[in-house]
Design a protein around this ligand. Structure first.
Ligand code: ADP
Ligand code: MG
Length: 274
């Protein structure tokens, strides 16, 4: 089993939704931690200039000498910018504010949409000879369908779409799906939707159940069975520089992300070559 895992190409999953505050970063951090907890070797790439995934994993802004920016523009290799986290088997390519300027910097280049893909392919080439190569890459995207998100989609195997359980959950989803279709047609024919993850579910909100039903009616079995509850421990964890799973493993939020991780692996099982 170990050998089969080693031979398989690492899976690249992108957390994307152009809406802010829907749970992209929280899902990148906690799904990443949960996957690491069940034995996967996970690399998170923080592509949001806000750097919330980096901060939430305890990587101090001051400690970020190099970042995903340097890897995108080809100034450094990804291996050079990756740093370990407090979570065993989980590392991160942190973000810096430099990412704000990257769009303008690379706009004129013909390979502008493939910067991340190229950096990742070079990284995989060197990483596969190591004793414990990365098996999952999770990319945290900014709240926009800009060139950074396009780079993520062009490099991805599949998209994980976090949707907040609120009245306007589906609003903007068609725009995201259209963008994914465009990227599939032009840049990355293999791109799929891995799944839609419903986040911040609050049973006390009488609307929330209806939202879940609507999203399931609209997206069918693309929606993961696991629904992430609204949970105060999840929102507290980042200010301690820890994933929720380290901050409070037993809280409902952590347990939901562990369930989501096993569901993600299960879906992978269907796709991985035997
Ligand atoms: P995005 O990356 O899409 O902008 P975040 O993951 O940063 O969204 O989440 C937005 C805010 O909601 C953050 O303050 C985060 O801590 C909080 N949050 C996310 N998921 C949950 C949850 N399940 N329960 C409680 N708060 C959450
Ligand atoms: Mg975010």
């Amino acid at each position: 089993e170990g050998d089969a895992k080693r031979a398989a190409k690492p899976r690249v999953l992108v957390m994307a939704n152009q809406k802010g505050g829907v749970g992209k970063t929280t899902t990148a951090i906690n799904l990443g931690t949960a996957l690491a907890a069940i034995g996967e070797r996970v690399l998170i790439i923080d592509l949001d200039p806000q750097g919330n995934a980096s901060t939430g994993l305890g990587i101090d802004r001051k400690a970020r000498a190099t970042s995903s920016y340097d890897a995108l523009i080809g100034e450094r290799s990804l291996s050079e910018v990756i740093t370990p986290t407090a979570v065993p088997r989980l590392s991160i390519a942190p973000s810096t504010m430099d990412l704000l300027g990257v769009e303008l910097e690379i706009a004129g280049e013909s390979d502008r949409s493939y910067k991340l893909r190229k950096a990742l392919l070079a990284f995989f080439e060197s990483d596969r000879t190591r004793p414990d190569p990365v098996t999952y890459v999770l990319v945290d995207c900014p709240p926009s369908l800009n060139l950074l998100t396009i780079n993520a989609l062009a490099a991805a195997d599949a998209v994980v779409v976090p949707l907040q359980c609120e009245f306007f959950a589906l609003e903007g989803l068609s725009q995201l799906l259209t963008t994914v279709d465009q990227v599939r047609r032009t840049l990355n024919p293999a791109l799929t939707i891995h799944g839609v993850v419903l986040t911040m579910f609050d049973p006390r909100n009488s609307l929330a159940g209806q939202v879940v039903a609507d999203v399931r009616a609209h997206m069918g079995d693309k929606v993961y069975d696991t629904v992430i509850p609204r949970n105060v421990r999840i929102s507290e964890a980042p200010s301690h520089g820890k994933p929720a799973l380290l901050y409070d493993l037993r809280c409902a939020g952590s347990q939901a992300y562990l369930k989501l991780a096993s569901e993600v692996i299960q879906r992978e099982g269907r796709w991985r070559p035997a």
